[in-house]
Ligand binder design. Structure first.
Ligand code: ASP
Length: 319
């Protein structure tokens, strides 16, 4: 079967407008037609061998990829908690594990790993064997397929990706989903970002450099805030909230408070805005907020299935 031009999926900067113009409508079609019996996508991944190799916990990413494979006709193989249940526990390097696994006939390895840059390292090895790596989260680095489902959700709501006011809050320093999403939204003209975080968890310099580089030609703008104000909320189209990534910090992050969304706070958001969160939430969105029609985080998580189905179909489709 023909391979798409994208071999590995490592970071969201790889997704250009041409790719998005295919993948977003494809995901929308999958969402609309999923479950139909005679649907041509059902066998798209037949004879394709997928390995889910997860060295870090996952609910949504692992299960939505797993189901995406099954709905497309492939039964994936999974190693959850690979740090403990693979030779990594005996001290094997990631490179060696990938070298070996590539010899077992996998077409794709979907990899989650606690170290930033792990997917790039794996891709170097896998390239020699013609195997594709999909980054399913590498430490504080990136989570590109999450950015795809995030952007799909935004596109589904607004019908566009340009000229949007995006407010991102929480742990912007360690949060890999915000990194991938900012890199991707930074490709669209007129994006206006508000970065809301305590000083020590503000955005990393590499992302600010990227935005600065494209600021003029794409009319990008942004501000750094230490808390949400009524004014910011009133000007927001997408409120993207995140948890404090305690597992990536020294200390427990308990000192960081006042980042909890409640109905009293979100009442200032415009009627047509949406609230997103990559989940899991661990207290930073009060459950009473879930009843608000602007709370889109569960829809967003569900979209992960359709977007991952679209991505896998795209990667093994004739172009
Ligand atoms: N599930 C997302 C991730 O794997 C977000 C999070 O864990 O906070 O990065």
């Amino acid at each position: 079967m023909a391979r798409a031009p994208l071999t590995h999926i490592l970071r969201s900067q790889q997704f250009d407008e041409g790719f998005l113009s295919i993948i977003l409508p494809m995901a929308a079609e999958i969402k609309a037609r999923h479950g139909e019996n005679k649907w041509s996508f059902r066998h798209r991944l037949k004879d394709i061998n997928v390995l889910l190799l997860f060295y870090e916990p996952s609910t949504r990413t692992e299960k939505s990829f797993d189901q995406a494979c099954r709905f497309l006709g492939s039964i994936p193989s999974t190693t959850q908690n690979a740090g403990a249940f693979s030779s990594a526990a005996k001290g094997e390097t990631l490179e060696d594990s990938i070298e070996i696994l590539c010899g077992y006939g996998y077409d794709f390895i979907i990899l989650r790993h606690p170290e930033e840059g792990a997917s790039e390292r794996a891709a170097k090895v896998a390239s020699r064997h013609g195997v594709s790596i999909i980054n399913a989260g590498d430490g504080s680095g990136q989570h590109p397929t999450q950015a795809l489902l995030d952007i799909f959700t935004i596109w589904e709501k607004f019908g566009r990706l340009k000229n949007l006011n995006i407010t991102l809050g929480g742990d912007l320093f360690h949060g890999r989903t915000v990194h991938s999403l900012i890199y991707l939204l930074g490709k669209f003209k007129g994006t206006n970002f508000r970065f809301v975080a305590p000083k020590e968890l503000q955005l990393r310099p590499d992302i600010i450099e990227y935005l600065t580089k494209h600021k003029k030609e794409r009319r990008l703008s942004w501000t750094f805030e230490e808390s949400l104000s009524k004014k910011i909320l009133k000007e927001t189209d997408v409120l993207y909230w995140t948890r404090i990534q305690k597992e990536r910090m020294n200390g427990d992050g308990e000192h960081i408070k006042n980042f909890v969304l409640t109905p009293q706070i979100i009442k200032f958001l415009p009627k047509e805005s949406i609230i997103m969160h990559p989940l899991p939430r661990v207290g930073e969105i009060h459950p009473s907020t879930d009843r608000d029609p602007r709370a889109w985080y569960f829809k967003q998580a569900k979209n992960g299935l359709y977007v991952r189905m679209a991505l896998l179909s795209y990667l093994f489709h004739d172009h």
